[in-house]
Design a protein around this ligand. Structure first.
Ligand code: IPO
Ligand code: ZN
Length: 419
C-alpha cells in the first residue's frame, strides 16, 4: 500500500514535471522569426497578425513588419531563440505574454501611460552631486563582478546555476545596502521558472511614489543546449550590464546619497527567452499603478564595436528620455561619442517597460551592425573582452548621472514653485 502510494506519487511528480516543461505560452513574433519557428515546428499556427511599426506602434502606410500571435510549448523557447540568433543575427525576436488576452493587447501597440504620469523636467542641475561621484566608479570593480558572474557554468533561467547566480547578486547587493533603513533588497519570484529577479530599492525622501528603474538581465544563454552542464558564460551578455549597475549602486550607497524619487535597480531573470522576467515585473508595476518616470536598460556594455562609445537605440524607447541621456553624456562625459542605432525588434528588457507605456531607454555598447559576434556562445568570456572593463565603465558613468539627475527631483508642485 505504502509502496503503491509512493509509486503513484512518483508518477504524479514526473507527469507534473513533464506538464510544466510542455506548458503552452503565447508569443508575439515578427514575420522573419515566425518563418524560423515554422522550420522548428511546422505545426505552429499564427492565430492573429497585424502590421506593426518598428517601435511596436501600429504601422501607418505599410511601413513595418507583420507580427504574429502563436501559441507554442515553453520547451520550444530556447530552440526558437537559437534559430533566430543563428539565422537572423537577432537575439530574442519574440515576446512571451502572460495570456492570450495580453498577447492580443500587445498586438495593438504599447499600453497607454498611467493617468497620473507627467513627463519629468529632464533638467540637468545636480552637477555638485554628480561630478565628485563619477571618478569613484572603478573599472576594476566592474571587472571583478563580470569575472564572478561569468564563472557560473551558465545562468539559464531553468538551471541550478541560474538560481545560484541570482542568489549571488542578491547577496552582493545586500552587502552594499548594509543596514540603511531606506535601502532594501528583494528577490522577485516568477511562477513559471525557478530563477528570481533581484531588486534593490533606495526609497525616495520627498517624492517616493515617483520611481526610476535601472536594469539589466542576469540570465545567459547559448545556442547549443540548455542543460545544467552546458557552458554559457555570458560575460558581455549580460554580466557586463549587471556589473556596470552594481558599481553605480556601490558608489551611490558609499557616498550616502539619498534620492528624492525612489530608485530601483533590477537584475531581471529570463530575458533571453522572450523578456519574461522584465515583462512580469513591468506588468505588475503597471497593475499596481507604480509611477515609473523612467527606465534605463544596460544589456551589454563591455564590447566596443565602433568608433562611437555609446549608442542610443531609437526604437521601443522614449525620444525625450533619449535626448536627456545624450545631454547627460554631453554634460558629464564630454569626451565620449554618442551614436544612434536600432534593433528593429524588442531586443531587450527596455521593450517590456515601453510596452506598458513607461518611458524607456537603451544605451548600448555598439551599433546594431557591429555588435559582439561572440554572444550566445561559450566564447562570450571576459578574455574575449580583453580582460578589462573600460568600456563598461562609461555605462556606469552615464547610469550614475541618470540616477542622480532623475532621482533628485522632488514632487512636481515643489518643482514648479521653485521656478
Ligand atoms: C542584444 C541587444 C541588441 C543587440 I544589436 C544584440 C543583443 C541584447 C541581448 N541580451 C539579447 O540577446 N537579447 O535578447
Ligand atoms: Zn542575449
Amino acid at each position: 500500500m505504502l509502496r503503491l502510494q509512493k509509486t503513484a506519487l512518483l508518477v504524479w511528480l514526473s507527469l507534473a514535471g513533464a506538464a510544466q516543461a510542455a506548458e503552452p505560452v503565447w508569443i508575439s513574433i515578427g514575420e522573419q522569426g515566425y518563418q524560423q519557428l515554422k522550420k522548428i515546428n511546422p505545426a505552429a499556427q499564427s492565430r492573429q497578425s497585424r502590421l506593426l511599426a518598428p517601435d511596436g506602434a501600429l504601422a501607418k502606410g505599410g511601413a513595418g513588419e507583420n507580427v504574429h500571435l502563436v501559441q507554442i510549448s515553453e520547451s520550444e523557447l530556447p530552440k526558437l531563440s537559437d534559430a533566430i540568433h543563428e539565422n537572423l543575427r537577432h537575439c530574442g525576436g519574440y515576446i512571451v505574454h502572460a495570456s492570450r488576452v495580453e498577447a492580443e493587447a500587445a498586438l495593438k501597440g504599447p499600453a497607454a501611460p498611467l493617468a497620473a504620469s507627467v513627463a519629468p523636467s529632464y533638467a540637468i542641475d545636480n552637477q555638485a552631486t554628480v561630478k565628485p561621484l563619477l571618478p569613484q566608479l572603478q573599472d576594476s570593480n566592474i571587472l571583478g563582478t563580470i569575472q564572478s558572474l561569468s564563472s557560473y557554468q551558465n545562468r539559464f533561467y531553468t538551471t541550478r546555476h541560474g538560481v545560484d547566480a541570482s542568489n549571488w547578486i542578491a547577496g552582493q547587493w545586500k552587502q552594499l545596502a548594509g543596514n540603511r533603513a531606506d535601502v532594501a533588497v528583494e528577490q522577485f519570484a516568477h511562477a513559471a521558472w525557478p530563477q528570481k529577479s533581484v531588486i534593490l530599492t533606495i526609497k525616495g525622501k520627498s517624492n517616493a511614489a515617483e520611481t526610476v528603474v535601472l536594469g539589466g538581465h542576469l540570465d545567459s544563454t547559448v545556442g547549443s543546449g540548455t542543460g545544467e552542464a552546458s557552458r554559457a558564460p555570458g560575460a558581455d551578455d549580460d554580466a557586463s550590464g549587471i556589473a556596470s549597475l552594481t558599481e553605480v549602486i556601490r558608489v551611490l550607497l558609499a557616498s550616502g546619497y539619498q534620492p528624492q524619487r525612489t530608485l530601483k535597480f533590477i537584475a531581471y531573470a529570463a530575458e533571453e527567452v522572450g523578456l519574461r522576467g522584465s515583462s512580469e515585473i513591468a506588468r505588475r508595476y503597471k497593475q499596481q499603478q507604480v509611477n515609473v518616470v523612467g527606465a534605463l536598460q544596460l544589456d551589454m556594455t563591455n564590447y566596443q564595436g565602433d568608433a562611437q562609445d555609446i549608442f542610443l537605440f531609437t526604437d521601443y524607447t522614449n525620444a525625450a528620455q533619449n535626448a536627456f541621456l545624450a545631454n547627460l553624456a554631453k554634460t558629464y562625459l564630454p569626451t565620449l561619442k554618442v551614436g544612434y542605432s536600432q534593433c528593429g525588434y524588442a531586443c531587450s528588457d527596455h521593450a517590456s517597460w515601453h510596452a506598458q507605456g513607461y518611458p524607456a531607454s537603451f544605451p548600448f555598447e555598439s551599433s546594431f551592425n557591429n555588435s559582439n559576434p561572440n554572444i550566445h556562445t561559450a566564447r562570450d568570456t571576459l578574455a574575449s573582452s580583453g580582460n578589462q572593463a573600460r568600456h563598461a565603465l562609461k555605462f556606469s558613468q552615464l547610469a550614475l548621472a541618470y540616477a542622480v539627475e532623475l532621482g533628485s527631483d522632488g514632487p512636481a508642485a515643489k518643482r514648479l514653485a521653485q521656478r
